[in-house]
Design a protein around this ligand. Structure first.
Ligand code: HEM
Length: 383
């Protein structure tokens, strides 16, 4: 018997062996103890067989010392017979149990993704939270876990869910996303088979669809990584910067201008929180409905710098209730970006179509799909 086949036995519990060989004598049971206790690598010295082995070496020492007692020889003979029996019995046992050790593990539970989708949809609404929905913050989580991708090195992206670890979770850009991660814990507990990386991206899809946005085709297959795959800080866009910086960040992921503008339209949803990013206020007057309103507001309102002690941001001159980040305004300051802002403000259907394509791409950046994954299109619970 090779050591590796010996090790195979690790997988089989002692109880299973008793079931396999119900007629063992007491001595066989003692022998059975040996391989199984040994598997933990520390207990051999405490075992009956090892004790016998130590007795053998002591006997040898006595012999070489010139004692030559008959008793020693009898003891040695008995031990030899015992060892022979041990090998014989162990081989018998292994022949019996090997098929058990090689048995295929039970198939992984199939995940019903539409059910997970519905469970997430169920926890979105909460009148005591922000504007009444967790959708926007879940969408931001999906985006921030994916937006770390770097096409040159193939690092980052939604695969891995490394924001679970304090290092990435603590990056300034991710401030407040613990709210989204914590919110999804109850779903993870009910569906432990889904990876965090699949769960977070799926939650982004739920948020968009449940808040009235386009259908987002989604594939599972992401695997959670350990902390070593955490990407360095600084991969997400800085809200205080302009068009050049935005291009640097999004071109690094592999997006073009049209896709970048489509993606930023997600600012129709949600708001800025002084306790998270430092900025304050919503971009539109319907922050829980997915629309092309971000583009309309950007073009049609007059934006003035907000007078306050916080970071530089803009508010609409008329009411002061809506806001824009310096980075948002870059989308009408840059000619190429602005041409797409105008198209999307005029044509919501075009916007929905382009957003769905760009967002699906975002969620899949760097994910090593096998190609056999089913692509899901989920039914909104509102239909
Ligand atoms: C130039 C690019 C971007 C910049 C500078 C930017 C910046 C920000 C900032 C500063 C906030 C406020 C966070 C807070 O205080 O809670 C925010 C919120 C948000 N962002 Fe972006 N973002 C960008 C692109 C995107 C993209 C591509 C998406 C999605 C596709 C997105 C979705 C959201 C959503 C939904 C919120 C609201 C979150 C909430 O209500 O809790 N953002 N963004």
């Amino acid at each position: 018997m090779s050591f590796s086949s010996f090790r195979l036995l690790r997988a089989v519990s002692r109880r299973e062996l008793y079931i396999t060989r119900p007629n063992f004598t007491a001595s066989t049971t003692t022998l059975l103890n040996f391989p199984f206790s040994f598997t933990n690598g520390t207990r051999a010295a405490a075992l009956p067989f090892s004790k016998t082995a130590r007795a053998f070496s002591t006997a040898t020492e006595e012999k070489s010392g010139g004692g030559g007692s008959k008793l020693v020889w009898i003891a040695a003979g008995l031990v030899g017979a015992g060892a022979g029996y041990y090998i014989f019995s162990t081989q018998q046992i292994i022949q019996k149990v090997e098929p058990l050790a090689e048995a295929t593990p039970p198939p992984k539970k199939e995940i019903d993704y539409q059910s997970v989708y519905n469970q997430i949809a169920d926890i979105l609404e909460d009148n005591d939270y922000d504007d009444g929905s967790y959708g926007p913050v879940l969408l931001r989580l999906a985006w921030h876990s994916s937006g770390t991708y770097d096409k040159e090195t193939g690092t980052g992206g939604s695969n891995g869910a490394t924001m679970r670890f304090a290092q990435e979770g603590g990056y300034g850009a991710n401030a407040g996303l613990n709210v989204a991660r914590d919110k999804l814990e109850s779903i993870k507990e009910k569906n432990p088979e889904i990876s965090y990386s699949d769960l977070w991206t799926l939650a982004g899809v739920v948020a968009i669809q449940e808040l009235g946005g386009p259908t987002i085709p989604w594939r599972p297959g992401r695997v959670d990584a350990d902390v070593s795959l955490t990407t360095p800080d600084g991969r997400l866009p800085d809200a205080e910067k302009g068009a050049k910086h935005i291009r640097d960040i999004f071109y690094r992921m592999g997006f073009d201008d049209r896709e970048i503008v489509a993606l930023i339209g997600a600012h129709a949803l949600g708001r800025c929180h002084p306790t998270r990013s430092g900025f304050d206020g919503p971009w539109t007057s319907s922050p829980t409905v997915f629309t092309n309103d971000f583009f309309k507001e950007l073009l049609n309102k007059k934006w003035v710098e907000k007078k306050w002690k916080g970071p530089k941001q803009y508010v609409d001159k008329q009411t002061g209730n809506l806001m824009m980040l310096p980075a948002d305004l870059a989308f009408i300051q840059d000619k190429s970006f602005k041409s797409w802002v105008e198209k999307y403000a005029k044509d919501e259907q075009l916007y929905f179509k382009d957003f769905a394509e760009a967002f699906t791409k975002l969620l899949e950046l760097g994910v090593p799909f096998t190609g056999n994954e089913k692509v899901y299109t989920f039914k909104p619970t509102t239909q």
